[in-house]
Design a protein around this ligand. Structure first.
Ligand SMILES: Nc1ncnc2c1ncn2[C@@H]1O[C@H](COP(=O)(O)OP(=O)(O)OP(=O)(O)O)[C@@H](O)[C@H]1O
Ligand SMILES: [Mg+2]
Length: 315
């Protein structure tokens, strides 16, 4: 039996979230935020953390800087039960990445200092470690600048070792959606974009057309639809799964939490509707507390949320 259920290579950093700011930010003024949260950020780390919280064995490779913020992120991920023995710390510049999120009532600004995020490269990866798993996941394709041109090769090697592969590109800061993505998708078993990403990548404004096009490239496409839940296509079969009704604090990391919920079932061989249900539950749970992992690391709160919402679905 392999050592891990899921291995992940990607970014590890904190999110600094500020709440209660005015919509307009006039220059040269002292603006007051009502509330703040410094919490584990980055798509890859949130996904890894929450998969471990859901009981899966997770191994993680990353690069952080020699600084306090990197240490806090590393400690948080390790405390969540993820194996962090392969996270490399580099000295000097650049420092560990950081994302600052200005959370408004219905939208947010996100600013990322990439730091070591752009530095992770193919040579940092211990392929034996990554391959000692049932599944490999890659997030934030367009932030993995040091790795991007070898992602197809990485996927090919891990597939040859018998792993299944999932990908969540997240946003492309350049909004170009290139970087050899078509080659990369050839090796992907589960592709997990949100609605905007699916339309951009498929090159169409129409979601249905996007889903149909992407389903020709990968065996399973899952499109996250925020408060509308999720849709999936496998071959010519379509699936929809409604969101769980919650009072959302913010949607930071909701997509990564969805991925974690979905994959927690996928790696156990669950059928697609069950994977989608768990994805929506995990995504919804994440929105009920600040950031992407706060709701998951409160064991009692998390278990009660799943118990109550699964019971509600059963009725
Ligand atoms: N307001 C909400 N109520 C209930 N569930 C939600 C809400 N917002 C998000 N979710 C859940 O989280 C999932 C992912 O949300 P979303 O579509 O925002 O992903 P994303 O854009 O990839 O997010 P991220 O910014 O984390 O990358 C949704 O499919 C849904 O299951
Ligand atoms: Mg996303």
């Amino acid at each position: 039996m392999p050592r891990f259920d899921v291995t992940v290579a990607g970014e590890l950093n904190l999110d600094l979230i500020l709440y209660g700011l005015p919509d307009e930010l006039p220059p040269e003024r002292e603006l007051i935020a009502e509330r703040m949260m410094l919490t584990l950020g980055s798509s890859s780390a949130i996904l890894a953390h929450n998969l471990a919280a859901l009981g899966r064995r997770v191994g993680f490779i990353s690069r952080i800087g020699d600084d306090h913020l990197g240490q806090i992120a590393l400690d948080r991920l390790g405390a969540g039960g993820v194996d962090v023995s392969k996270v490399r710390r580099t000295t000097g510049v650049p420092k560990t990445g950081l994302t600052v999120i200005l959370q408004r009532e219905r939208w947010r600004n996100m600013v990322t200092y990439a730091g070591t995020i752009f530095e992770l490269n193919f040579e940092d990866l211990d392929l034996g470690y990554l391959a000692d798993s049932r599944h490999f996941h890659l997030s934030s394709f367009y932030l993995q600048r040091g790795l991007q041109n070898r992602v197809a090769e990485l996927f090919q090697k891990l597939k040859a070792a018998g792993l299944s592969i999932s990908l969540d590109t997240n946003d492309d800061p350049d909004d170009r959606w290139q970087g050899g993505l078509t080659d990369v998708l050839r090796h992907v078993d589960v592709f997990l974009p949100n609605e905007r990403e699916a339309r951009k990548i498929a090159g169409t404004e129409d979601l249905q057309t996007a889903l149909a096009r992407l389903a020709k490239l990968v065996p399973v496409v899952v499109v996250k639809l925020g408060a509308e839940g999720a849709m999936a296509q496998r071959g010519s079969e379509r699936f929809t799964s409604p969101a769980v009704k919650v009072n959302a604090v913010d949607a930071v990391g909701a997509g990564d939490s969805f991925d974690a919920g979905f994959l927690s079932q996928y790696v156990c061989g669950a059928d697609l509707p069950a994977c989608l249900t768990m994805g929506n539950l995990a995504g919804a749970l994440s929105t009920t507390r600040s950031g992407g992992t706060e709701a998951f690391r409160d064991h009692q709160y998390r278990e009660q949320f799943f118990r109550e919402n699964l019971a509600r679905r059963g009725k």
